[in-house]
Design a protein around this ligand. Structure first.
Ligand SMILES: C[S@@+](CC[C@H](N)C(=O)[O-])C[C@H]1O[C@@H](n2cnc3c(N)ncnc32)[C@H](O)[C@@H]1O
Length: 357
């Protein structure tokens, strides 16, 4: 072949320029041309490319464009956020899933922290819950399975480290709560329950809130912060539990049987402000500025979220679209899942039922 053999030091590919279209603002981003050379030289179409430290996602983005399959990992939530958004911006990107494997770290922490000699799994659980309740300034209660503590008259549930809190858990909490009313010292004094969890199942946000309201329970959901695993933060008493965000969506159903168009409009989005640095709070003038992008699965089947539509700001189009419309091919009842990703990289989801035809 004509040309020159590539040397082991490559100086012919320039770093990403801050004006370049591919620039994501990620500090250590590599140029796509560099990854293109590496991926082309070392794989064929449909091969599997792995980048365990994907940063802004240059490797998966180039692998996707070159028709390779890929797996990308990073421990930074911000890196995952940038990567996901970057991939969604590729025309014709194939479906992909984002999975959170953080549980391993939490499981290791739990057994290292709470395992005394020959401890039974149940006593590790108990010690873990007591630790979390102390940090939440709640008092542990006994004799219940789903209710673990009490704080200011509200009962407290502590979610486990290795599974998200689900709507099923909430049904159990509500059932136990009902039985416990009026039973003595540790009985609920109000109709309030605080549910603390590391992760929350998709459907939890709104559906679970509705279920709880039907059972006449006032439920609040709080995220257990990663800081609880950080000895220094715990010693400094610097632990905050933040309430989950809330999202309001207006749905416009077809006016007649002839049309099958459903429209959605975001009408409000609230995130717990304690989580947000002061200077960011000050610069936000309208709730929609909290939304980095949002996406819709028009036919959610209860398994993976299928990103069928999404919108975000671009340099050319700095205003965020707040409405979208979808035409269903078949009449029927559908579950719609709306997912909002806020500017801090958190997901907030809401499911809606629509009937067409
Ligand atoms: C040099 S950057 C990668 C930049 C990337 N090639 C790009 O083009 O944007 C290294 C990344 O590794 C991540 N990282 C560091 N230690 C890690 C670990 N133990 N597991 C997973 N990711 C890690 C960092 O968060 C950072 O995003």
């Amino acid at each position: 072949m004509p040309g020159k053999v590539v040397q082991s030091v490559w100086t012919d590919i320039s770093p990403v320029n801050s004006q370049a279209i591919e620039d994501t603002g990620y500090a250590t981003q590599k140029p796509e041309a560099l990854l293109e050379r590496i991926i082309k030289a070392s794989s064929n179409e449909n091969d599997l490319v792995l980048d365990c430290f994907c940063g802004s996602g240059t490797t998966p983005a180039v692998a996707e464009k070159l028709g390779r399959r890929w797996i990308a990992c990073d421990l930074s939530r911000f890196a995952i956020h940038v990567t996901r958004k970057r991939l969604l911006g590729i025309a014709g990107v194939r479906p992909f899933v984002v999975q959170n494997l953080g549980k391993y770290e939490r499981q290791v922490w739990q057994s290292a922290e709470f395992k005394s000699q020959n401890a039974e799994p149940s006593s590790i659980q108990q010690a873990y819950r007591k630790f979390i309740l102390d940090l939440y300034h709640a008092r542990p209660v006994k004799n219940y399975v789903w209710l673990h503590g009490v704080k200011g008259g509200r009962m407290v549930h502590v979610g486990s480290v290795d599974a998200p809190v689900t709507a099923g858990d909430l049904a159990n909490i509500a059932a136990e709560f009902k039985k416990a009313v009026g039973t003595g010292q540790d009985a609920p004094a109000t109709n309030g329950v605080d549910v603390l969890g590391w992760d929350f199942a998709f459907e939890l946000n709104e559906v679970a809130r509705q279920q709880a309201a039907q059972a006449n329970l006032d439920v609040r959901f709080f995220r257990i912060p990663r800081d609880v695993m950080d000895k220094r933060a715990v010693e400094q008493g610097d632990i905050h539990f933040f309430e989950l965000g809330a999202l309001k969506v207006d749905v416009r159903l077809p006016k007649s049987e002839e049309t099958s168009e459903v429209s959605l409009t975001l009408t409000d989005f609230v995130i717990p402000l304690d989580d947000v640095p002061q200077e960011i709070q000050k610069s936000i003038k309208h709730w929609s500025q909290w939304v980095d992008y949002w996406a819709v699965d028009w036919d959610y089947k209860g398994d993976a979220f299928h990103n069928q539509w999404q919108t975000y700001r671009t340099r050319k189009k700095p205003a965020l679209e707040l409405s979208t419309t979808h035409r269903y091919e078949q009449p029927g009842e559908y579950t719609v899942l709306v997912k909002v990703i806020d500017i801090l990289g958190n997901d907030t989801t809401k499911t809606l039922q629509v009937k067409v035809g």
